[in-house]
Design a protein around this ligand. Structure first.
Ligand SMILES: Cc1cc2nc3c(=O)[nH]c(=O)nc-3n(C[C@H](O)[C@H](O)[C@H](O)COP(=O)(O)OP(=O)(O)OC[C@H]3O[C@@H](n4cnc5c(N)ncnc54)[C@H](O)[C@@H]3O)c2cc1C
Length: 374
């Protein structure tokens, strides 16, 4: 086992040590890859976050299921992570076992409608007839969850398949993007998803398959936000298209992102969900908060919906800035912005992490808010 940051390691409680002992006995190949006290700032695009008590990148879905079962039965908290591009990990880090699905579990393959139907029938007998489009204009892509969206979009383009162009610049994994129902430019990932396989986080942690409407997709929401399961494989239905046109659309989306987003800084993208009838970035900019800074966290001047890590920001800096933005926008516009970024781990202080007192009375004295000229 690797000990990557022993000096900052949180105390290893007895159940965790027992779990590691059991893992070593049952799955020695997992133990070789398991790390203790892994700094999550190295595994999130915000570059923020304390250590995960135990950290592991699985490479096999069946082994993942067995390890999850062992952890759940031992009462070990589980945290799932994809690319960590919509995650703010608390400074105190993550208790229990953090499982990050990345390039070790990132296989991609094309399936004809008939092959996709066979795949689905094996997992959910009786569902293919209503869920699979048996026509020549579509091809299915089966993607493991650790695959990056950019790789998936590139794979689709290389196979002249259209539908995922919008996703080429979203820096998440397939699993995280399904969880979030990630979207851009009027499209959402859920629009292209026929089925997904997942591992339950309730014993016996079995492999299941969700089909069509069972995903309960809506704006930045899916079934997985409710059931906490680990998405492991996703079946996308894509339209056959012209490769040159697909690549042109991808280039256009990329150029629009580069022009409007502060991609040169660590961030987690848009921090807030889009409020009905408004744009979060515009509300924040109109409130005069561009460049507003707490500690190492700053409201981007380029895109006010982004908080960027300009100088070794802590999770507490980011949360304090989120609170300040919410409070200011609420005071000026009456809109209560809701965070889209997922806050993972246990806060150092038990206060509501990013909430604020609508009466305006709970700003901690320790905050130093710096407003810079725009
Ligand atoms: C520069 C930038 C631009 C962005 N642009 C967009 C955009 O245009 N549109 C958009 O929607 N988002 C955008 N995002 C946010 C982010 O990329 C997406 O939300 C993405 O889908 C998150 O995927 P992830 O793998 O990084 O998930 P993570 O951040 O790793 O996790 C997010 C949530 O999903 C859960 N999760 C992760 N993997 C799994 C899994 N396999 N099974 C179950 N649960 C899982 C985690 O527990 C967590 O709650 C942007 C972010 C950045 C930094």
């Amino acid at each position: 086992m690797n000990n990557s940051a022993q000096s900052t390691a949180p105390a290893q409680p007895e159940p965790l040590n027992r779990f590691v002992t059991d893992l070593a006995r049952l799955y020695p190949e997992v133990i070789a890859d398991l790390r203790r006290a892994e700094p999550m700032s190295q595994h999130t695009t915000f570059k923020v976050g304390g250590p995960a008590a135990l950290y592991w990148n699985p490479s096999d879905i069946n082994v993942l299921g067995r390890v999850m079962q062992l952890a759940v039965q031992a009462g070990i908290p589980l945290t799932l992570l994809g690319q960590g591009s919509n995650a703010l990990v608390e400074d105190a880090g993550l208790p229990g076992l953090t499982i990050q699905l990345n390039e070790k579990l990132a296989r991609l393959s094309c399936l004809s409608p008939a092959e996709a139907g066979t795949w689905l029938e094996q997992l959910r007998p009786g569902t293919a007839a209503d869920s699979i489009r048996y026509d020549d204009s579509v091809i299915y892509v089966l993607a493991q969850s650790g695959c990056r969206l950019s790789q998936l979009a590139e794979f689709a383009a290389a196979n002249s398949l259209s539908g995922l162009e919008f996703a080429c610049g979203i820096p998440g994994s397939v699993g995280g993007a399904v969880f979030m129902n990630a979207g851009a430019y009027g499209y959402s990932l859920g629009d292209m998803i026929t089925a997904s396989r997942y591992i339950d986080t309730k014993p016996p942690c079995s492999l299941n398959c969700a089909v069509g409407g069972e995903h309960d997709f809506s704006y930045r929401h899916s079934l997985y936000e409710d059931n906490g399961a680990a998405v492991v494989e996703v079946l996308f239905c894509l339209q056959k298209g012209e490769q040159a046109e697909i690549r042109e659309r991808m280039a256009d989306y990329t150029a629009r992102r580069e022009a409007s987003q502060p991609l040169e800084y660590p961030s987690a993208g848009s921090v807030f969900r889009r409020p009905v009838g408004y744009f979060a970035g515009k509300l924040i900019a109109d409130a005069g908060l561009r460049g507003c800074r707490i500690g190492g966290a700053e409201v981007s001047r380029k895109h006010a919906g982004f908080i960027i890590n300009v100088d070794h920001a802590t999770a507490d800096d980011v949360k304090a800035l989120i609170r300040h933005i919410r409070e200011t926008v609420y005071r000026l516009n009456g809109v209560d912005l809701q965070p889209e970024v997922r806050i993972l781990g246990t806060p150092l202080s038990p206060a509501e992490p990013t909430g604020f007192d609508k009466g305006g009375g709970n700003r901690p004295a320790a905050w130093t808010v710096r407003h810079s000229a725009i």
